[in-house]
Design a protein. Structure first.
Length: 414
């Protein structure tokens, strides 16, 4: 099967999540991603916890379908290898702080001299230039500076970060999108270009609708009432606790006759639409929060499973709030193939997140498990025309990693 980006090659210097998650998207759809790593230890993300068989599961999550080439890029011989790779490559990706790639000799100006068609993609914290250029970029800081954190949490509580590294992941997706667009542009112009993605811009763009309200009307978005799904929404767009101490997300305020259906599903008598305290309230706005205690009491009469069944009968969208381990037992999640298994002789069997979007004709495939450090040294150098003898010389000189030789010796000793 031909994949959309088959024949495209990327030289990947990225680490941790923002970079590797983005380059993995292209790898899943056919790009030959050669991951350049430090010898022996590899990229710093390999040491994160939790681990399985001595390697980080976070690393495993971000690096399938890639090849690993371990080198000491400070040496002239290793730089020459990178330059030879660039001659036949399409993309060079990194997420170091601005200036690092230039100091290594791999900046856009230098690499575009070697290959004018090269796409030089850089993911960063704040951008490649500007007053914050030298600052360390980090997910939590981007959530804070973008305004996202100030809108998240409960009105009487502090600003609250999300439960995952959302800035890293979303910036990774925009990083991938930028590289894809640059590849499409090159088909028209014949030229490469610089692609930039950063955490701060990503998080600002994540609330583009609220931004329009702020910029044009001075609209305010304080943190919402306790349990609310969004600032300005009422009690029919909120989270409720059930009898079994599990939670349920209610979206009744966004559908026709939502309040009537909710009352019918939860056996609320008299219906809130007929209760003189609430019948003139708009259930979708903040004034309607006076009815939340009635809804809370109603939810507490049923387990989460019972609420879900009742909502389905009332043609209301069920919204069970899953704990993370529950997610992968859901029948729709299983149907969507959102869990895939990786087999690796060093790591064993590892379960990873599946491909989130599907193509009917050229779907993503799992072709390579996340590589061990330097797993493809000999393979990649051989493709560049290096002889076995020359590869051994480079390994002996500490230019290229000799991890495969060490693994072979360890295996023989066992």
């Amino acid at each position: 099967m031909t994949l959309p980006y088959e024949g495209i090659r990327m030289i990947d210097f990225t680490q941790l999540e923002q970079g590797p998650s983005g380059t993995q998207v292209l790898a899943d759809y056919g790009v030959d991603v050669i991951k350049v790593e430090r010898m022996d230890v590899g990229e710093i993300g390999r040491k994160q916890v939790p681990q399985i068989n001595g390697v980080s599961l976070y690393y495993m999550a971000n690096n399938r379908n890639k090849r690993s080439l371990s080198m000491d890029v400070r040496t002239e011989e290793a730089k020459e290898i990178v330059y030879r790779l660039v001659e036949g490559a399409d993309i060079v990706a990194s997420n170091f702080r601005p200036g690092v790639m230039d100091r290594l000799g791999f900046g856009y100006d230098r690499l575009s001299e070697i290959n004018p068609r090269i796409i030089w993609a850089a993911a960063s914290g704040y951008g490649l230039s500007g007053p914050y250029e030298k600052r360390i970029g980090q997910d939590l800081l981007a959530q804070a500076m973008s305004g996202l954190m100030s809108m998240t949490g409960e009105r009487d509580g502090p600003p609250t970060p999300t439960g995952t590294w959302i800035a890293d992941y979303m910036a990774a997706m925009l990083f991938a999108q930028g590289m894809m667009i640059a590849l499409a542009a090159r088909e028209k112009t014949g030229r490469g270009q610089v692609v930039e993605s950063n955490l701060l811009n990503t998080m600002i763009a994540s609330h583009l609708q609220e931004n329009a309200g702020v910029l044009n009307l001075g609209q305010e978005y304080p943190r919402p009432e306790r349990g609310s799904g969004h600032s300005g929404s009422g009690p029919l767009y909120a989270i409720y606790r059930c009898k079994d101490d599990k939670y349920f997300a209610l979206m009744g305020g966004l559908i026709d006759d939502g309040l009537e259906r909710v009352c019918r599903a939860l056996d609320i008598q008299p219906p809130l639409t007929e209760d003189p305290r609430f019948k003139d309230l708009n259930p979708g706005n903040e004034e309607a929060w006076t009815m939340r205690p009635v809804l809370e009491e109603a939810f507490m009469r049923f387990t989460r499973a019972e609420v879900e069944e009742r909502f389905e009968r009332a043609e209301l969208p069920p919204g069970s709030v899953y704990e993370l381990e529950e997610v992968f037992r859901d029948r729709q999640v299983r149907h969507n193939d959102m869990v895939i298994e990786v087999e690796h002789p060093a790591y064993g069997t590892v379960k990873l997140t599946g491909f989130p979007f599907k193509l009917s004709d050229t779907p993503a495939t799992l072709r390579r498990s996340p590589p061990v450090v330097g797993e493809h040294n000999e393979e990649v150098l051989g493709e560049l025309g290096y002889t076995s003898a020359r590869i051994r010389e480079l390994q002996s000189a500490g230019v290229v990693g000799s991890e495969n030789l060490e693994r072979d010796r360890d295996a023989a000793a066992d």
